[in-house]
Every structure is written in C-alpha cells, then in structure tokens.
Design a protein around this ligand. Structure first.
Ligand SMILES: Nc1nc2c(c(=O)[nH]1)N[C@H]1C(S)=C(S)[C@@H](COP(=O)(O)O)O[C@H]1N2
Ligand SMILES: [Mo]
Length: 445
C-alpha cells in the first residue's frame, strides 16, 4: 500500500506537484466543516472491502455497457432510427443486427436491464466504502491528481445518472418521450470514459487491496472480532474507528442480499408466468389480454387513438416499392401461404415474452410487391403518434420466420396486440414490431 496518487507526478517535499503554490493555498483553506465531514468511522472501510466491490463491478459492468451499446446498434442507426439519431463523433461502428438466434435481443437487453438493476446495491456499497475520498482535503495536490478527481466525478456522476435515467425509462418511457434515450446514451459515454480511466489508475490498488485480507479469514470473522485495517495512504481506513456493529461478512451478505432482492423483483419480466407479478420495477407490459392473447401489452389499442372503424372491414394493407402498389384486404392475406413461428417480443425496457405467431412471411409480401430482394422495408402503422413506423434490414425482411402476423397462439390477434396485422421478426427490438400495420414500402436502398 506504499503507492500513492501523488507519485504520479513530480512532487516537492510537501507532496505538492506543479504549481505548488496553488495546491498549497487550496490545502490551507479548507471549507468550513471539512473536518467534521472527514470523520467517517466505520471499521469496515478499507482497501479490502472497496477492492471486493471494485472487482465485482470490474467484471460485471462491462457486460452492462456492451449490451447497452449493442441495443443502440440493434435499433438500426443506419436508418436514422436509433435514439438519439445524431450522436456526432460518438458514432458506433454499425453492423447489420442479426436475425438469428431469435432470442438474441431478448438476451442482450434482458442482461442490460436485469444486470443493471441487480448491480445497484453493489454500486451503492462501493460508493459508501469510499465516502471519505469524496471529502478529502485538499481535493488534489497535483495536475495528475486533479485529472483523476475529474475522472472520478465522471465515473460516479455517470453511473448514478445512468441508474436514474435507466430506472425512469423502464417506468415511464413514453411519458417522458425521447429525451431519456438521449440522456442515457451520452451519459453512458461520460461514464465509460470515467470507468476506463478509473480502471487504469486503480487496478494495482485493487489487486493489493484484495490481498490485504484473506477472504476465508473474513468469512470466519464475527462482528466482535472485526477490526479496522491498518491506516492507508488513501484515507479509506478510519483513523479513529468506531466499535464494529456488523462484520465484513455481514456487510457482504447485506449487499449480496440486496442484489438478490433486485434479481427477484426483476427476473419475472423475462421468466413470465407466475413470477411476472413479482417484477415490481417493470410496471409496463404487465397489462395482459385474454387467452390466447394473454401476454404483455405495451401500448393498448385504446391508447393508440386509432379509429376502430379503420381496423374493421375497411382495413387495407398497401405494399409499395414495386412497379405498382398492391392493395390487400385481410381475407386476401389470410388466403396466402401462412407460416407459424415461435418468436419473442423483447422490449428495450427489459421485459420479454415468447409466443407462437402465424401470418404471411414478409419475403412473400416483398415478392408480391415486385421487390423480391429488397434492401430494406419501411413499415407504417395506422397509428398517428408514437412508435408508429420502423425500417427493417434486408436480413430481417428475408428471414423465413419474419412475419406480418395475423394470428397468435392459434387465434386472431387481439386489438391490443395489433389486429388486423402486425410485424414480428426474430431478434428485432420490440419497438420495431409495429402493430396495426397500414403499409409496407419495400426499398432498394
Ligand atoms: N403501432 C405501434 N406499434 C408498436 C408499439 C406502439 O406503441 N405502436 N409499441 C412497440 C413496442 S415498444 C413493443 S415492446 C411491442 C409490444 O408489443 P405487444 O404490446 O403486443 O406486447 O410493440 C411495438 N409495436
Ligand atoms: Mo418496447
């Protein structure tokens, strides 16, 4: 533990880097109350506990980050339909999101939201374990240390911001509109930058911190025998530790229990069935329909504000992109070759559900429209507002299981699930499985 932030830059005898006069002045003028704030006395705080939480987050947060970025790509930024559409220099390398396996987006987005929620108690515990660092005075003694402090603000501010926007998003998505996606995307990059800098700076400390106590020993130590670690240069360890009220083992159990609790109130959104009501954090998608349409409804037919007459006998599907538009009623669609596939709807909010869909393959409709090899397909809903359109990639149109579904689980679609017809495509983010389809434009670009 002999290493110290200060060694990163040349320092004078008092430990100040360049410009020494500045750092000395700051050091000499602490804000009122700074001393009181520095009196964190839990004997549990120290390099070991911080490093354990750090290791857990080092292994798991990259999964949350990568699945989050993958979700952005799955939305199809090449069609300008990822949110936010314009991300400046933070553009991700895009690739055609695969349509195989059909549960791909269900997995990536379930992990993103599920793991993100489960890790909240660990993040809070990690922050608790380093509280003295946030109030240390002087905040820095060198330019190198100042950069480290700024990266810390990006890291801590970034992750708290991502947690808050993420949780609000799965709760109130459509009420707050698109700005949450934008905030969550740019907030993610701030967090990622802070995370990478933090890893580079702190990894050696984490390793030595992990070795500063033996896990086996910690798991055997009762509250009464719990002692503070020897004083460290980072000031994590209390100089005047209070008597222990919980062991390190107890603290780990508490945080683990918190994570488990989050898992229990989250997993039901993907597992479904009787576990679904336990998914307390996912209020959306909990409205169920009647058998065999009794699965999660995102936006109900009533909420879509579509005139019910538009989905009755007057309904027509218009296919464009070929030499002349093709107009079909529902009976004509039902008379075409029907294909059945078991496919999930996986929402960006994390919930998902797998059902058995029957309808006309999109590639058959493309051929009928006179565009047998489209590069993309632009789908429009009868709905006037909200998620009423989507562009599909060629692999998503041409996949044999990609359907304009008329039926689900052997029955006609219910109004809530998109009657007269809806899109259902393997591995497609839920939002692009447009309900109440009015037209499809098969495109050569
Ligand atoms: N026209 C239209 N289609 C839509 C939506 C919508 O709001 N309007 N919501 C989308 C979203 S976000 C999801 S997750 C799925 C949910 O389908 P479900 O309600 O049948 O479960 O529908 C998609 N299709
Ligand atoms: Mo969704």
């Amino acid at each position: 533990m002999e290493d110290d932030d200060r060694t990163a830059a040349p320092t004078d005898s008092a430990g100040y880097g360049f410009p020494a006069a500045l750092w000395r002045t700051i050091d000499k003028h602490p804000p009122p109350g700074a001393n009181r704030l520095q009196r964190w006395r839990s004997p549990l705080r120290g390099p070991w506990l911080t490093s354990v939480f750090g290791l857990v987050l080092l292994v798991t947060l990259p999964i949350v980050i990568i699945t989050g970025l993958l979700s952005y790509i799955a939305y199809g930024p090449q069609f300008g339909q990822a949110i936010p559409a314009d991300v400046g220099f933070l553009k991700l390398p895009t690739f055609a999101w695969p349509a195989n396996p059909s549960w791909l987006y269900r997995l990536t987005q379930g992990l993103h939201v599920g793991l993100g929620l489960v890790l909240i108690p660990v993040v809070l515990a990690k922050l608790w374990s380093v509280i003295p660092r946030f109030f240390a005075w002087p905040p820095s003694r060198s330019i190198a240390q100042l950069i480290e402090r700024v990266s810390l603000i990006m890291l801590v501010g970034g992750i708290l911001f991502e947690i808050v926007t993420g949780v609000l998003n799965i709760q109130y998505d459509y009420i707050f509109g698109f700005s949450f996606y934008t905030a969550h995307y740019f907030g993610a990059w701030v967090f990622i930058a802070g995370f990478v800098i933090h890893i580079v700076i702190k990894i050696p400390k984490m390793w030595s911190g992990l070795r500063s106590l033996s896990l086996r020993q910690v798991l055997r130590t009762k509250t009464a025998d719990t002692r503070a670690q020897p004083p460290d240069t980072d000031g994590l360890v209390a100089t005047d530790p209070a008597p222990p009220t919980v062991s390190r083992r107890g603290a780990l159990a508490l945080v683990g229990g918190g994570a488990l609790f989050m898992a229990v109130i989250t997993a039901g959104q993907t597992i479904g069935g009787f576990t679904r009501p336990a998914a307390l954090l996912l209020p959306r998608g909990r409205t169920l329909g009647d058998r065999p349409n009794d699965f999660q409804v995102n936006k109900t037919f009533a909420a879509s504000q579509i005139d019910p007459r538009a989905t009755g006998d007057a309904w027509r599907l218009t296919l464009t992109g070929g030499p002349t538009p093709v107009v079909l009623d529902r009976a004509a669609l039902a008379a075409m070759n029907q294909h059945t596939a078991e496919l999930p709807i996986a929402c960006v909010e994390g919930w998902s559900t797998t059902q058995v869909w029957t309808g006309v393959p999109l590639r058959d409709l493309a051929r009928l429209a006179g565009v047998p090899n489209p590069r993309s397909a632009y789908v429009r809903s009868l709905e006037r507002y909200g998620f009423n359109q989507a562009t599909l990639q060629d692999n998503q149109v041409l996949h044999p299981d990609a359907l304009l579904a008329l039926r689900v689980n052997g029955a006609d679609l219910s109004p809530n699930h998109g009657y007269p017809a809806r899109i259902i495509v393997p591995a497609l983010p839920g939002v692009h499985n447009t309900k109440w389809v009015a037209s499809i434009d098969f495109r050569a670009v």
